[in-house]
Design a protein around this ligand. Structure first.
Ligand code: HEC
Ligand code: HEC
Length: 231
């Protein structure tokens, strides 16, 4: 009986396969796309998909609106869209085996990215990784609270407690800096934070936090977050 009912329901809503782009949109928001059980990030954790990203959110990645039409990605470093995606998949989502071109999930993700790319002549986007780390002037702590909420809260949870954080792997801020005295003697904790935020997992730092390029976070906003965290 159960099966019959189910059949009737499916017929009522119009049976047939889910369109690839819809499936791709689902995968875009699903951490289980990754083959690592430790991953809690989805593409949507780090990327907006609209032409003008929401004002109350600061994403580490660029908006993927028009992404499929861009001539290259990652500041010219990647020339195939699937490679650009797999960079995120392996570096940030802890994926072990990169998504293969013939995998139906790659196909579906592609169809979704094409759907959010209405402008066929969209230009490549700048991506400026800050290589050499220097101090930044501190800005208003009050504004920093807003930037923290928009940029860091989702992964790290509330400052001082980590309440609501997306993953236990993301340490409580700024308390994690209490160990820095022994780990990095003589280096100001604020500078170590700047290095982590600007480089993410790169330049030998490790982990799977994304880097914030100049395009995603200004020095002014970075200085505000640090002031808010008391660093
Ligand atoms: C933890 C954060 C994070 C996750 C998760 C993530 N990305 Fe990214 N992604 C980034 C960052 C940071 C960049 C580099 C800045 C930029 O170009 O957006 C980037 C770059 C890209 C680019 C290149 C954009 C360009 O024009 O240069 C594409 C395409 C992309 N990501 C797609 C995806 C897809 C699809 C997923 C899910 C499978 C995903 N990303 C998951 C952070 C992330
Ligand atoms: C997409 C999720 C995500 C976002 C967004 C994010 N982080 Fe992280 N962060 C992590 C994870 C996971 C770790 C631990 C793994 C690692 O070191 O990469 C981490 C580690 C760190 C560390 C290093 C702690 C240590 O000493 O090992 C600092 C500092 C930090 N984050 C600060 C920030 C700040 C400030 C922001 C906002 C501007 C931010 N993070 C945004 C996920 C995130």
């Amino acid at each position: 009986m159960k099966w019959l009912c189910l059949g009737a329901v499916l017929l009522a809503v119009g049976c047939g396969p889910v369109p690839a782009a819809d499936y791709g949109e689902e995968l875009f928001g699903d951490p289980k796309l990754s083959d690592s059980q430790y991953n809690t990030f989805s593409c949507a954790t780090c990327h907006a998909t609209t032409a003008s990203p929401p004002k109350d959110k600061v994403y580490a990645g660029l908006s993927l609106h028009d992404v499929a039409s861009r001539p290259h990605w990652w500041g010219g470093y990647e020339t195939r869209l699937l490679d650009a995606v797999n960079f995120c998949y392996t570096a940030f989502m802890r994926g072990v085996t990169p998504l293969a071109p013939e995998d139906p999930r790659s196909r579906a993700l592609y169809e979704y990215l094409v759907r959010i790319s209405p402008d066929e002549d969209a230009p490549a986007q700048p991506f400026t990784l800050v290589k050499d780390i220097g101090n930044v002037p501190r800005d208003s702590a009050e504004r920093g609270a807003d930037v923290y909420r928009a940029a860091c809260l989702e992964c790290h949870g509330e400052a001082h407690t980590g309440k609501g954080r997306l993953t236990q792997l993301a340490p409580v801020l700024p308390e994690v800096s209490q160990d820095y005295g022994t780990l990095f003697p003589g280096v100001a904790p604020g500078l170590i934070f700047i290095e982590k935020i600007r480089h993410g997992r790169f330049f030998g730092v490790g982990g799977n936090m994304p880097p914030y390029s100049r395009e995603s976070l200004s020095d002014k906003d970075l200085g505000a977050v640090l002031a808010y965290l008391g660093l």
